[in-house]
Design a protein around this ligand. Structure first.
Ligand SMILES: Cc1cc2nc3c(=O)[nH]c(=O)nc-3n(C[C@H](O)[C@H](O)[C@H](O)COP(=O)(O)OP(=O)(O)OC[C@H]3O[C@@H](n4cnc5c(N)ncnc54)[C@H](O)[C@@H]3O)c2cc1C
Length: 398
């Protein structure tokens, strides 16, 4: 089989690339290879209104299943409504729209076992020769990057009664704090339908799914919501980057093969979210003249390194959160953040902080002990022994 461009992995990033190219460059013969039985797995992806440009939002329109004009956050001592839009996509809609646009150029049940610059090899022995291959098979653990984790389990539930929410609750941090910074994330899809997600900014990727599901049930009951049925469930363990070596990251994996999405390191270092970066990559690919493998590789690698450099400050904040703040007191950092002006909050999520924003974020009464904050200023990777000692200190303090 032959193609101009083979996309290995039919998740968020490659599906958006395939869709955008089908719209902007129909002359390019793209094949999208996904090992699952549908595109995009089991996800709800959300983004802030201010993360994307109007043009990007417009072409993403067919994927969006819900939009809200405002959202709120809750902390033990205060609530705040933020007058800015929030939007969600589902993998079911992604699958429908992309398969509609690409037809038989989407190959499901196609397990890619090997990729090289001009070939994707499938488990059934099919070899797909292509002008270029983009590897978008999702996040891989890298030995060159230190991370903390944002982990969660979420359930989309149908309630017996109306929930009464007027918009998403992006963080309800009034819940007991454990395993790092904990909050509940709630998206109201219909008057009786909610996504309720129990989330942790934790040092460990381990998820006690059964216990978390119980705590979602307890949370719903405490809000007066009576769960009638569970419609869907999702889980995630996202990397929150603390430090690392982006050049070494790119030296891992198949040499010279362009990558996309999490695999290309294209995500927000403090939220672990990749939707906005995936849209931008698809958007710019849709405007490209050349799909020559070597040029694509250089271009995406440069983008990824540029994104890594621009996020230096975010990694500093992450180190403050994970290495300086006592785990059970991490919520104080977020509580303080959410007292800042709305435009700054928007720029934070969009990854476009100004130097004045940065100053505001690190000055004032520090929410973390200064002695523990200072070593975080240097972007140094920790040795195993340092991590063990830090963990011990945190336990003693908390
Ligand atoms: C549950 C969950 C919710 C999230 N919510 C948000 C959110 O609200 N907003 C946001 O911006 N980010 C969110 N993220 C983070 C991030 O955006 C997602 O992980 C996103 O799906 C990453 O996109 P990707 O294309 O890099 O990888 P993925 O979407 O994970 O796609 C990888 C694809 O490759 C396929 N694949 C893997 N190996 C092979 C193989 N050998 N052969 C063929 N196919 C293969 C997989 O089946 C998968 O479909 C979420 C992550 C999770 C896990």
């Amino acid at each position: 089989m032959k193609a101009d461009l083979a996309l290995a992995g039919g998740g968020l990033a490659n599906s958006l690339i395939a869709y955008r190219l089908a719209r902007r460059k129909p002359e390019i013969d793209v094949v999208l290879l996904e090992r699952g039985s549908s595109l995009g797995g089991q996800h709800i992806w959300s983004f802030h209104e201010t993360d994307l440009t109007p043009t990007q939002k417009e072409w993403l329109g067919p994927f969006v299943v819900s939009s809200w004009p405002r959202h709120e956050v809750r902390f033990p001592a205060r609530r705040r409504v933020i007058d800015s839009g929030y939007h969600s996509l589902t993998s079911a809609r992604l699958d429908e729209v992309v398969r509609g646009a690409l037809g038989d150029r989407v190959r499901l049940g196609a397990e890619v076992v090997d990729v090289s610059t001009h070939r994707a090899l499938l488990a059934d022995g099919t070899s797909i020769e292509a002008g270029a291959v983009i590897d978008g098979r999702g996040a891989v653990r890298s030995r060159n990057i230190d991370v903390g984790y944002q982990k969660f389990v979420g359930q989309t539930v149908e309630l017996a009664n109306e929930h009464g929410l007027r918009g998403p609750v992006l963080m309800d941090a009034t819940v007991p704090q454990k395993d790092g910074y904990r909050f509940i994330y709630v998206l109201p899809f219909a008057s009786r339908r909610l996504l309720i997600e129990d989330t942790y900014y934790s040092d460990s990727p381990a998820l006690d799914e059964r216990e978390i599901l119980r705590s979602i049930g307890r949370y719903a009951e405490a809000q007066g919501w009576h769960i009638e049925s569970v419609v869907e469930q999702e889980r995630g363990v996202l990397p929150i980057v603390l430090a690392g070596d982006i050049d070494a990251f790119w030296s891992e994996g198949p040499a010279g093969v362009p990558r996309s999405g999490m695999r290309a390191g294209l995500f927000h270092h403090t939220t672990g979210y990749s939707l906005a970066e995936a849209v931008r990559l698809a958007d710019e690919l849709g405007e490209r003249g050349s799909f020559e493998s070597g040029e694509l590789y250089d271009w995406i690698r440069r983008r990824s390194i540029g994104s890594w450099r621009r996020q230096r400050f975010f990694r500093l904040l992450n180190r403050m959160l994970y290495r300086a703040a006592v785990p059970t007191k991490r919520y104080v950092v977020l509580d303080r953040f959410y007292r800042l002006p709305e435009p700054l909050i928007h720029r934070f999520y969009a990854g476009r902080l100004t130097w004045i924003d940065k100053l505001r974020l690190v000055t004032g009464s520090p929410p973390v002990p200064i002695g523990r904050a200072l070593p975080c200023l240097l972007e140094r990777r920790q040795t195993k022994e340092q991590r063990r000692l830090e963990g011990q200190k945190s336990k003693e303090i908390s």
